[in-house]
Design a protein around this ligand. Structure first.
Ligand SMILES: CC(C)(COP(=O)(O)OP(=O)(O)OC[C@H]1O[C@@H](n2cnc3c(N)ncnc32)[C@H](O)[C@@H]1OP(=O)(O)O)[C@@H](O)C(=O)NCCC(=O)NCCS
Length: 162
């Protein structure tokens, strides 16, 4: 965990990974994950129950909070962030099913000055739910990914053969 590195300027966007991992082990509401690629630990993320308001969500319990997400700077920009964010949604859905919890998706907040984060989450299917002014590093976007597929208007419906 301590070997994971961020690029200059990225410390504003995420907490210290070691502290996040220790909190993850201490608090039952948190599920810390290591992101692996080809057998190497390349990043971390945490899913937390009952804390969605920390990302600007209107209540705490209808969504998992995704936090403490980072990919080591030497592995960034190759799609691992997108894949890990999508995998976090799948993992969260399984946690909810296993615990019969009330969450319907995953929410996070990402700094408006963090283009890599914004792009990775959007590419993973997270949808912008507006600006959030909590936190200490400036304006954030609240982004949400439902467990169930969403229909978006304007797409042609598939033709069903008679
Ligand atoms: C955010 C983070 C996890 C993304 O991980 P990643 O593996 O680099 O993500 P991906 O490779 O899947 O996607 C990165 C996207 O950002 C884009 N991007 C990266 N830097 C960018 C920049 N300066 N300007 C615009 N776009 C940028 C890439 O082009 C890519 O988008 P594309 O696939 O559409 O081309 C990683 O950058 C990171 O750890 N950052 C530091 C900590 C952090 O910000 N965590 C998130 C807190 S909410």
């Amino acid at each position: 965990m301590a070997l994971l590195e961020l690029a200059p300027g990225q410390l504003d966007f995420v907490g210290d990974p070691l502290r996040m991992a220790l909190a993850g082990l201490a608090e039952q509401s948190r599920r810390p994950y290591v992101i692996e690629a080809n057998g190497d630990a390349v990043g971390v993320l945490t899913l937390q129950a009952g804390a969605a308001r920390l990302a600007g969500w209107p209540d705490d319990h209808s969504a998992w909070l995704l936090r403490g997400f980072l990919i080591d700077r030497r592995h960034q920009g190759r799609g691992l962030g997108r894949l890990a964010a999508a995998a976090a949604v799948v993992a969260a859905a399984k946690l909810t099913a296993g615990q019969e919890g009330g969450e319907a998706g995953v929410v996070l907040s990402v700094n408006e000055r963090n283009p890599a984060g914004l792009a990775a989450y959007q590419n993973a299917g997270f949808v912008d739910h507006g600006q959030y002014l909590g936190g200490s590093s400036g304006p954030q976007r609240t982004m949400y990914h439902s467990f169930t597929p969403q229909l978006h208007g304007g797409l042609p419906l598939p033709q069903v053969p008679h």
